[in-house]
Design a protein around this ligand. Structure first.
Ligand SMILES: [Ca+2]
Ligand SMILES: [Ca+2]
Ligand SMILES: [Ca+2]
Ligand SMILES: [Ca+2]
Length: 398
């Protein structure tokens, strides 16, 4: 059963090309100043900017764990992440579960030192755990620049009419091994996706927050003041994308030193879109659209899969009618062109279990190349990379 099935918002469709994808310039939202509130920051290219993202933090720290052990029998887990939240040098796991059609916040679970003692970490929050109503994604990164991991909860709230939304919840380190919870009620909305990245190259992590334009809550870019406090910019991403966004990541896909912003939703309402970053620090004037027909886009991953030094793109899709997952692999051919090599690199590029909320590219069999791993409702699902061909493995049940 889909957790988020509404499809509201304006139709917003641009030119889409399949198979061999070529650059699209000046497409949708072709005006890059004025009307969409874009900034003109005159940034210098930064080869390290890709690493200052929640995508990179998640990719680096991801490991398989049955996150569903932290939910109740009638609940679910999408929002989870790994980091060192109490500053002791050991990896911790922070998990937000939820319950269907609930209005009540569900307390998070923090497990400290998951490799050794695996103790409950409520004390890190002063024994008052932050909660989520329908948590969708947890963003990890150092928001306040003290070297300790912080987190941002993306939550869409009660999943039925009138979709009252949920606030953004920040969890910020205090430098002494504790996290302070900051609930931003002003940013209440149907938040299904978000991403952290230093889009303005000033060294701190900024926030892209997908919201609910059909409730007059636009998707927004927020700028960090360096302390973890976020202020809305006037930039409307993608020239005012009017539909829901189910997936978003900041990452440098073309490797030019500017963060690109990848967004996707219900592809019947609009294409999945790569908003190319530039020295202006704004998004929407230069895009590459990916047409996935009627599928929904749930996740993006970008790593060097073919070993030629550039980032290739894995898109995780779902057929909302059947819950079938469909993977699509686009190999980077340089010059912002990509070839769809799904057919030649997968034995089976689909999955018929529970829909996959997030995929991860990790070397799970320690042979030096990247495999694909995902979660099917607490069961491990993987595609092992054998010489460039991804071979689907039987599900592993804990
Ligand atoms: Ca911090
Ligand atoms: Ca910044
Ligand atoms: Ca880029
Ligand atoms: Ca590559």
């Amino acid at each position: 059963m889909h957790l988020s099935f509404i499809r509201l918002g304006a139709l917003y469709r641009c030119t889409s090309l399949a198979i061999l994808l070529v650059p699209v310039s000046g497409g949708c939202g072709s005006s890059d100043s004025g009307q969409n509130g874009s900034e003109d920051l005159q940034l210098t290219a930064d080869p390290g900017v890709h690493q200052r993202t929640s995508y990179a933090a998640t990719q680096e720290s991801y490991r398989w764990m049955n996150r569903h052990q932290y939910k109740s029998d009638d609940g679910f887990v999408h929002a989870f992440g790994y980091g060192d939240f109490n500053s002791d040098g050991q990896e911790d796991a922070l998990v937000f579960s939820g319950q269907f059609l609930s209005f009540e916040p569900n307390p998070a679970r923090l497990t400290l030192d998951i490799d050794n003692a695996a103790t409950d970490g409520a004390s890190v929050f002063g024994d008052v755990m932050p909660g989520g109503i329908h948590p969708r994604k947890l963003l990890i990164g150092d928001l306040n620049g003290d070297g300790d991991d912080d987190a941002v909860l993306i939550d869409h709230g009660f999943d039925s009419d009138p979709f009252p939304g949920a606030p953004v919840v920040y969890m910020l380190s205090d430098g002494a091994g504790r996290l302070a919870t900051v609930v931003d009620d002003a940013l209440t909305g149907f938040h299904h996706a978000g991403a952290l990245g230093d889009y303005d190259h000033d060294g701190d992590l900024d926030l892209f927050l997908a919201s609910s334009p059909w409730q007059d809550r636009p998707h927004v870019l927020l700028e960090n003041d360096g302390s973890g406090a976020m202020a809305e910019t006037k930039q409307l991403v993608g020239g005012g994308w009017g539909a829901n966004i189910w997936a978003s990541e900041f990452l440098d896909l073309d490797g030019d030193g500017y963060l690109d912003l990848l967004i996707g939703g219900s592809n019947g309402e609009g294409p999945t879109r790569i908003n190319w970053g530039s020295s202006s620090g704004s998004y929407g004037s230069d895009v590459l659209n990916l047409d996935f027909a009627e599928y929904d886009t749930y996740d993006f991953d970008a790593e060097d899969i073919d070993g030629d030094g550039d980032r290739d793109l894995l898109v995780t899709l779902a057929d909302w009618r059947t819950d079938q997952t469909i993977l699509r692999l686009f190999v980077n051919e340089g010059g912002r062109t990509f070839s769809d090599q799904t057919a030649s690199r997968f034995d089976t590029a689909s999955h018929d279990g529970f829909w996959i909320d997030f995929s991860f590219l990790k070397d799970v069999d320690d042979d030096g190349d990247l495999d694909i791993v995902a979660d099917d409702w607490g069961n491990k699902l993987s595609w092992i990379n054998e010489g460039g061909l991804f071979q689907k493995q039987p599900i592993v049940t804990d």
